[in-house]
Design a protein around this ligand. Structure first.
Ligand SMILES: NC(=O)c1ccc[n+]([C@@H]2O[C@H](COP(=O)([O-])OP(=O)(O)OC[C@H]3O[C@@H](n4cnc5c(N)ncnc54)[C@H](O)[C@@H]3O)[C@@H](O)[C@H]2O)c1
Length: 361
């Protein structure tokens, strides 16, 4: 008989839906030893909660998160609320002995993320850096680990959105420091930083510039960073909400001595690959359609060419996390990796405020 895993989800917004779907679907695509009980959905709007619970199959609803995180009939707390609330909720859930999953950015400062990491030490935890689980990104990781790029020269990352430039869009928690802690550096660049640290190793130092386009806003609408990695490669990172024409361009390019890789979430089933070891007169960039039998997650989702999408990144993150949980293995990215990203964010903010290069611990 499968072991019951009783889940509480806090958040009834965009990520509340993405996570609800993942909780419903993980057991369909991954062979899990758990019977997942979608026990309680928590938010602030009771009417909306009732509707969402019936759509996504949550047994109960609540508007009282401190009560939810300490319920004895909950094993795992999944946090999908505005950034400034992550620390308090995660630390309370850990203190109540729960498994803790938290959205990115893990925290709004590295002091907070350090406390969060300490609070979950010794118990299973995860940060929803879901883009590691795009099959094309996982394939890039495998190719790098196989040595196909050789020595890396350049790592170039962009996370570009355009909605900052829409005057009809009302401000929300993401556009204030009080709700989000920061602007695009926390919201978008943390995704790029997590991927960079995973794919290309530790960062040594950064030099950054931040800019606010909207009058009266106290967060960065755009952040630009130059960086040096420990492996000697040079990095650049750009995140903005003012890239007209870019809906959600989470992209990177890596240039190595033996080849180059490229990815763009707006074309997420493809991995671009240039093999510089081929005869020069036959060299050309390939666009690999990811999903072939030997590719990551091919056994979980659909046949080659029957493409997977955004929601599968959450399902795969959860499938991998629950697999690791059942085997008693440490999962990545956890709070330790989330904290590592916050240390990079701190250095970026320091550099933008003071000018000059800032080292990363
Ligand atoms: N991994 C990703 O790709 C991704 C994408 C978008 C957002 N996020 C992250 O997910 C988190 C949530 O973002 P979102 O886009 O879902 O925001 P959202 O505004 O759509 O939803 C936030 C939810 O939090 C709830 N909430 C706020 N205060 C609460 C409280 N005190 N108690 C209970 N619930 C409360 C709100 O009711 C709302 O349902 C953020 O940390 C964000 O950075 C991650």
């Amino acid at each position: 008989m499968k072991q019951k895993l009783r889940v509480a989800l806090i958040g009834q917004g965009f990520m509340g839906r993405a996570h609800s779907n993942a909780w419903r679907q993980a057991g369909h695509f991954f062979d899990l030893p758990y019977e997942i009980e979608t026990q309680v959905l928590c938010g602030r709007n009771a009417e909306g909660l009732a509707k969402m619970a019936s759509t996504w199959g949550w047994h109960e609803t609540s508007t009282d998160w401190p009560a939810v995180v300490s319920r004895p009939d909950v094993d795992l707390v999944d946090i999908a609320v505005p950034n400034v609330l992550h620390a308090e909720m995660a630390i309370a859930a850990a203190a109540a002995g729960k498994i803790v999953l938290c959205e990115k950015p893990l925290a709004v400062s590295s002091e907070e993320s350090a406390r969060m990491e300490a609070a979950v030490r010794g118990r299973p935890n995860m940060v929803w850096f879901n883009y590691r689980r795009v099959p094309a990104v996982s394939l890039a990781k495998r190719m790098i680990d196989e040595g196909r790029l050789g020595r890396v020269f350049h790592y170039r990352a962009q996370y570009l959105q355009e909605w900052g430039n829409d005057p009809t869009r009302p401000p929300n928690w993401k556009t204030s420091r009080a709700g989000a802690g920061s602007g695009v550096v926390g919201d978008l660049m943390t995704h790029s930083l997590d991927l960079a640290l995973w794919l290309n190793g530790p960062l040594r130092e950064v030099m950054a510039m931040q800019h606010t386009f909207a009058a009266g806003r106290d967060i960065d609408d755009a952040t630009l960073v130059m960086a040096r990695f420990a492996n000697g490669s040079l990095g650049s990172f750009e995140a903005t909400r003012y890239a007209t024409g870019c809906r959600n361009r989470n992209a990177f390019e890596i240039h190595g001595e033996r080849g180059a890789l490229g990815f763009d979430l707006e074309d997420l089933t493809r991995l671009r690959w240039f093999d510089a070891t081929e005869p020069r007169d036959l060299q050309a960039e390939k666009k690999i359609l990811v999903g072939a039998a030997t590719h990551p997650y091919a056994g979980n989702f659909w046949k080659l060419g029957h493409v997977s999408g955004y929601e599968h990144t959450f399902i795969a993150a959860l499938g991998d996390f629950l697999g690791a949980l059942s085997r008693g293995e440490r999962f990545e990215p956890g709070f330790a990796e989330g904290h590592r990203v916050q240390l990079a964010v701190r250095a970026i903010q320091e550099s933008a405020n003071l000018g000059g290069w800032v080292s990363i611990e």
